[in-house]
Design a binder for this molecule. Structure first.
Ligand SMILES: Nc1ncnc2c1ncn2[C@@H]1O[C@H](COP(=O)(O)OP(=O)(O)OP(=O)(O)O)[C@@H](O)[C@H]1O
Ligand SMILES: [Mg+2]
Length: 815
């Protein structure tokens, strides 16, 4: 067989029959979790895009293997210390290569209509090329004027599609990759990275206007055998397969055409959406839809003829007591619906659409299993897949841009309106996560291993919030997840400041395995270091945070005489060069002579200073070193009221003294974390608050969080909030400012709030899914607002797993 491309320039393909095709790359929409109204919007956009397609077009969706080389390129940080990264990169790459990662790529190829009488004629040289048995590019290239003319035409089509789909012209190398990938389908190691992502894979492919002659000839050189050879191991008697031999080896392909589809389906979720279904198979499935628009007027005339024919068949059953066969009645209804739609939408064309699906394998037995599984998958939705004998090569060729629409493609034509094909969701797929970043997990919505990458610094780099929210019931895996993220952020050269309230020191335990320099600061108790805000901070923050801390610690407010006196005393101390928090008591004593408020404040403050927890701020010890890469404030002694109690009792001023002081210390730590993370805009930094409900419960804690999140993006910093219930955030204000969002297992009653947080409709399916989620399984909404169900991967090494573990009964890595 001869592949249907004789000349490639940029995204343009000259076919042997003289036709010219433009190929575009479309970014697939993350579909499965879109809310109803978004699905309808996407349907409208797709329908509008289908309407503008010229005389022949093809949507091609490829489940491409992601090589470990390409994956490690995406996973490796652009900046930062490579030695730190090497620790995790190796195991990540190994794990990924064992799991055979895939990604789904979408292309739209359209045959450009002929311009004028000469333009459609076969090009010189193509007739000779058509004789040859093997695929090759022409001896005579196409002239630059012709290329420019067609490029302009393709540009015009692109401008029509651009507002409707995330689309761009494919590069010459990508076009070559489509042909080269098709002949390698089914090989265990296709070893063919998508160019552009991995420069140099296709030596001849260059982005603009490049003629990829040598690479295409070499890479797409193949010998095809319809029905295979007698010596093929496990050869099935039906011989409905294609044997493809390339330099890379022999693989077998099965090509199936969509033969039956339900007469009626509703959109969304009512039996349509047959194209994203292919993505749920447990093996790679490529598919394409070939379509030819038929003008509304012509389609109406043809539908009228069909209606007449059907009516005459109905007449044959007149007088038959069994009546008209049900199939005939259904066909009558369908044609009636088609006619009604065509006349109601005179600008809508009818599409003659053929859907082709392809699977491949190196073993024929395995290929048969895949075909059976794919058929079973489609049968549940009443879709039938036919595998024509002797038509395998024809269907294979039909999946390539440039090939003409011949039998067997025409044998499987469905007459659809743009509305109907749009309901098939040709541009919908499963996918979530950042384009590069740590290997966080895989997307469970896809049947194959679809890696989910997450770059904590990605949000700020694209002007989105990098602040993260993760919520889940006890033991659902949120801390394990965030520890994974902490580790990766540090390995990528970032900084993290964490507040660890756990008695076991969950985050402090991470310090020995964390890349870079770590420092654990014990808060309270017999802490040897101190965190005096007057010594730690400078400028306006020095006074502001000291006043905030003291008013919180003494349970006063700035509207009261005590609070005012405190503020004045702090300013006085701050004006001294080596002022300390302990000096505030002395200044208040001096002020007390004339100010009764100062006397009251002094007495309360003296009392406060007696608490061991206060030593952390008032002590004269060494100031904590805050320049470590990983800074942990370990504060197990903090006694904090729960959210409801805090709100209720705070107003009634009935909190216990240690609870009041604990809230103040917490405020101080949060303020330091903010300072640390905002210090260097060239370096990504995050402040992590696990069990964050205690912070959101206090007004000061909340406003610190809000500040950190609001200003974080500009400082290349983020706040990571982890808690049990999304309502722990208080109201939507905080939630709205977060970028990446994760919800893990939730109790059934809490699931709707969690789903609301990630923007997913609280359907029964979604609630069931969250209620039954296993450890590390969650819904992830990325900074681009794509949502997917993911499974967080276990830690990359045994050592890390042990450090992340919180299960008291499981000291070992799960089998
Ligand atoms: N992605 C994962 N892979 C493997 N094991 C996991 C994963 N996530 C969680 N686990 C297991 O589940 C245990 C509990 O997880 P984790 O400590 O993250 O719970 P949590 O949601 O933070 O609970 P809590 O609210 O009680 O703190 C871990 O110790 C680990 O054994
Ligand atoms: Mg936890």
């Amino acid at each position: 067989m001869r592949l249907p491309a004789r000349f490639i320039a940029g995204n343009l393909v000259w076919a042997p029959d003289g036709s010219v095709w433009a190929v575009f790359r479309v970014e697939p929409f993350s579909y499965p979790w879109l809310p109803h109204h978004e699905k309808l919007r996407l349907h409208r956009q797709t329908r509008a895009a289908l309407r503008v397609l010229p005389s022949e077009a093809l949507v091609l969706s490829l489940c491409a293997a992601l090589s470990s080389r390409e994956l490690s390129r995406r996973v490796a940080p652009r900046e930062g210390d490579p030695t730190r990264w090497a620790e995790v990169a190796g195991p990540a790459e190994r794990m990924a290569s064992e799991l055979r990662p895939t990604e789904r790529l979408s292309f739209l190829a359209a045959k450009l209509d002929a311009l004028g009488p000469r333009a459609g004629a076969p090009l010189l040289g193509s007739a000779a090329a058509a004789v040859g048995e093997s695929f090759g590019l022409p001896r005579r290239p196409v002239g630059s004027a012709e290329v420019a003319r067609k490029a302009e035409q393709a540009g015009h089509l692109l401008s029509l599609l651009q507002g409707l789909l995330p689309i761009r012209p494919a590069t010459a190398a990508e076009v070559c990759w489509i042909y080269a990938g098709a002949v390698r389908r089914g090989l265990a190691d296709p070893a063919l990275d998508l160019p552009g992502s991995c420069p140099g894979t296709l030596p001849g492919g260059r982005a603009n206007g490049a003629v990829a002659r040598p690479s295409l000839v070499a890479l797409a050189d193949a010998v095809f055998k319809e029905g295979g050879l007698a010596g093929d191991p496990d050869r099935p008697a039906h011989r409905r397969y294609l044997r493809v031999e390339t330099e890379a080896g022999v693989a077998y392909q099965a090509l199936l055409a969509l033969s039956d589809m339900p007469h009626r389906y509703h959109f969304p979720g009512g039996g349509g959406e047959w194209l994203p279904t292919a993505d749920t198979a447990g093996f790679p499935v490529d598919w394409c839809v070939r379509m030819r628009p038929i003008a509304n007027r012509v389609a109406q005339a043809s539908a009228r003829r069909q209606a007449r024919q059907l009516q005459s068949q109905v007449g044959e059953y007149d007088g038959d007591p069994a009546g008209t066969p049900p199939g005939l009645t259904e066909a009558m209804e369908a044609i009636h619906d088609l006619r009604a739609q065509l006349s109601a939408n005179p600008t809508d064309a009818e599409l003659q659409a053929t859907t082709i699906l392809a699977v491949g394998s190196e073993a024929l037995g395995d290929l048969e299993e895949k075909v059976a599984a794919l058929r079973a998958l489609y049968a549940t939705g009443e879709y039938g897949l036919h595998r024509p004998i002797g038509g395998q090569l024809g269907l294979f060729a039909a999946m390539l841009p440039g090939s003409p629409s011949r039998p067997p493609v025409r044998d499987y034509v469905h007459h659809l309106l743009c509305r109907d094909l749009a309901a098939g969701m040709p541009f919908g797929a499963a996918g979530v996560g950042d384009p590069q970043g740590m290997l966080l997990g895989y997307c469970v919505d896809a049947g194959t291993f679809r890696p989910v990458l997450f770059d904590p610094a990605y949000g700020p780099s694209v002007n989105r919030s990098g602040s993260l929210g993760a919520f889940g019931a006890l033991g659902s895996g949120k801390s394990y997840f965030v520890k994974n993220v902490v580790h990766a952020a540090l390995a990528r050269g970032g900084r993290v400041a964490a507040l660890d309230r756990s008695a076991t020191g969950e985050y402090a335990r991470l310090a020995p395995v964390a890349p870079g320099r770590s420092q654990v600061v014990a808060v309270g108790g017999d802490s040897s270091v101190c965190l005096d805000p007057l010594r730690v901070f400078s400028g306006e923050a020095r006074v502001g945070i000291s006043v905030g801390f003291l008013t919180l610690a003494t349970g006063t407010s700035l509207g009261e005489p005590q609070g005012l006196a405190l503020s004045e005393a702090v300013r006085t101390v701050a004006s001294r060069r080596a002022g300390r928090l302990a000096d505030v008591v002395d200044v208040l004593e001096e002020m007390a002579v004339t100010d009764p408020g100062a006397e009251a404040a002094r007495r309360t403050l003296r009392e406060t200073c007696r608490s061991p927890l206060a030593r952390f701020a008032f002590g004269s010890g060494e100031v904590a070193a805050l320049d470590a890469d990983y800074l942990v404030f370990h504060a197990p002694g903090l006694s904090l009221p729960d959210r409801e109690t805090a709100l209720r009792e705070h107003l009634a001023r009935r909190l216990l003294p240690e609870q009041v002081l604990s809230q103040a210390v917490l405020y101080l730590v949060a303020a330091v974390a903010r300072q640390v993370t905002f210090s260097d805009p060239d370096r990504f930094a995050a402040a992590l608050f696990d069990e964050a409900w205690y912070l959101t419960a206090s007004l000061q804690g909340r406003s610190l969080l809000l500040d950190g999140i609001r200003d974080g993006r500009k400082h290349n910093a983020a706040v990571w909030i982890v808690s049990q219930h999304p309502n722990d955030l208080g109201d939507d204000e905080l939630a709205h400012l977060l970028g990446p969002r994760f919800v893990f297992r939730q109790a059934r009653a809490a699931a709707p709030a969690a789903l609301h947080f990630v923007g997913v409709e609280p359907t029964e399916r979604a609630v069931d899914l969250l209620a039954g989620a296993t450890e590390g399984s969650c819904l992830f909404r990325d900074v681009q607002d794509r949502v997917g169900r993911i499974q967080v991967l276990p830690a990359m090494t045994e050592e890390l797993h042990t450090a992340f573990e919180t299960n008291p009964a499981a000291g070992r890595r799960p089998a």
